[in-house]
Design a protein around this ligand. Structure first.
Ligand code: PMP
Ligand code: GLU
Length: 385
């Protein structure tokens, strides 16, 4: 076999595959309702576009330092200090090709083939594959519906072994839409702080929280900035998924090593994108409008699904996903999603690839009309079962 065994055993991304399929069917003129999207349906704000155009016109089109232009790293560090309470400066920031590459570069830098990574389940599809790619071992930490799919600190304590190198946290969470309170995070902090493990905290949905919920960054707890890699980005917060920009914040020691990986793999993020991101940070109030809109759509989908027995939806607290238990339909999540698309043209993501059999993920990052149409079709589909 000519293919490296780590790559050949890798699964493709179900989220990207299904989102691409829904977009393709729509483009072909099919009346498909896309409730699979993992990206905001907003256009990128004008102030970002204008700055990027200006960058092109000014000839700002060359390599920047591979960790990102200093002005942007300074602005990110300021945001993390002021909004998130994370003690950091520009030299502790690396700008990356999407948050996805911040995650991968961190995992690649930190995980050896003898290391274990604890991953709460359900999880976003790419974490296990990234760990597999670098030859590490995933140790799933199952969570329960009755705990709102959140880690129980005692279970976490039991899961940590001498081989544990990393705990991955993601909140607000993809695919469940739940988030952790400050008290719950503190309990996790109490478990991990003496254990000499790294917390990889993916906070990319931090700005999408509903019902007055607030976000606490893990790295703000005493000394946690030393052992936490905080990952965030612009894809979700400024609707910039196609611009490919994210970042990580970590200790000097970790940054020095991740920097080498960036130097030899991607070099810097597009200089034009970086200028756009810098403009975004100067207009952070824009995110509040987007969040208000998502809150309305969350309510709409939630109300609609409540009447769709026997589906049980989890009322999301954040992100733009609604996690639904479909087990009582008697179908597997693959069958459910497959038949819903084929027979009623509604696209959702089967949650097997998120480690949750019997669940599907619905996205409300779409228009009111699409959500209403989607719910009607789901109701019709259920009536045929
Ligand atoms: N983390 C989570 C939990 C996500 O859902 C996504 C969505 N793609 C990412 C990271 C990666 O985002 P980006 O577009 O910045 O690479
Ligand atoms: N994060 C999004 C999702 O879960 C986008 C696709 C991806 O990168 O996985 O659908």
């Amino acid at each position: 076999m000519i293919i490296n065994s780590r790559v050949s055993s890798l699964e493709g991304s179900s989220t990207l595959k299904i989102t691409a399929l829904a977009k393709k069917l729509k483009k072909e003129g099919k009346d498909v309702v896309n409730l699979a999207a993992g990206e905001p349906d907003f256009d990128t704000p004008q102030f970002v576009k204008e700055e990027a155009k200006k960058a092109i016109d000014e000839g700002f089109t060359k390599y920047t330092p591979s960790s990102g232009m200093l002005e942007l790293r300074e602005a990110i560090a300021k945001k993390l200090r002021e909004e998130n309470g994370i003690p950091c400066n520009a030299t502790q920031i690396i700008v990356t090709t999407g948050a996805k590459y911040a995650l991968f570069a961190s995992i690649f830098t930190l995980i050896d083939t003898t290391d274990e990574v604890i991953l709460p389940s359900p999880f976003w599809v790419s974490y296990p594959e990234m760990v597999k790619l670098v030859g590490g071992t995933i140790k799933y930490l199952p969570t329960q519906k009755k705990n709102n799919f959140k880690i129980n600190p005692k279970d976490l304590e039991r899961a940590i072994t001498k081989k544990t190198k990393m705990l991955i946290l993601n909140y607000p969470a993809n695919p469940t839409g739940v988030t952790y309170t400050e008290t719950e995070l503190w309990e996790i902090y109490e478990v991990v702080k003496e254990k000499n493990i790294v917390v990889l905290s993916d906070e990319i949905y931090e700005k999408l929280l509903y019902d007055g919920k607030t976000h606490t960054s893990f790295a703000r707890f005493p000394g946690a900035d030393k052992f936490t890699v905080t990952v965030n980005g612009f894809s979700k917060s400024f609707s910039m998924t196609g611009w490919r920009i994210g970042y990580l914040a970590a200790s000097d020691e970790i940054i020095a090593q991740v920097s080498k990986v960036i130097d030899h793999t991607t070099s810097c993020v597009s200089s034009i994108t970086q200028r756009g991101a810098l403009a975004a940070l100067k207009h952070s109030s824009w995110q509040k409008e987007m969040c208000k809109d998502f809150a309305k759509k969350r309510d709409l989908l939630w109300e609609g699904l409540r009447s769709c027995r026997p589906i049980e939806a989890l009322r999301s607290e954040g992100a733009f996903y609604m996690f639904c238990n479909i087990a009582k339909t008697g179908l597997t999540s693959q069958e459910f999603a497959g038949r819903l698309l084929e027979e009623h043209q509604v696209c959702v993501i089967p949650a097997d690839s998120f480690g949750a059999k019997g669940f599907v993920r619905l996205s409300f990052a779409t228009s009111v009309e699409e959500i209403e149409k989607g719910v009607k079709r789901i109701r019709k589909f259920l009536a045929t079962l």
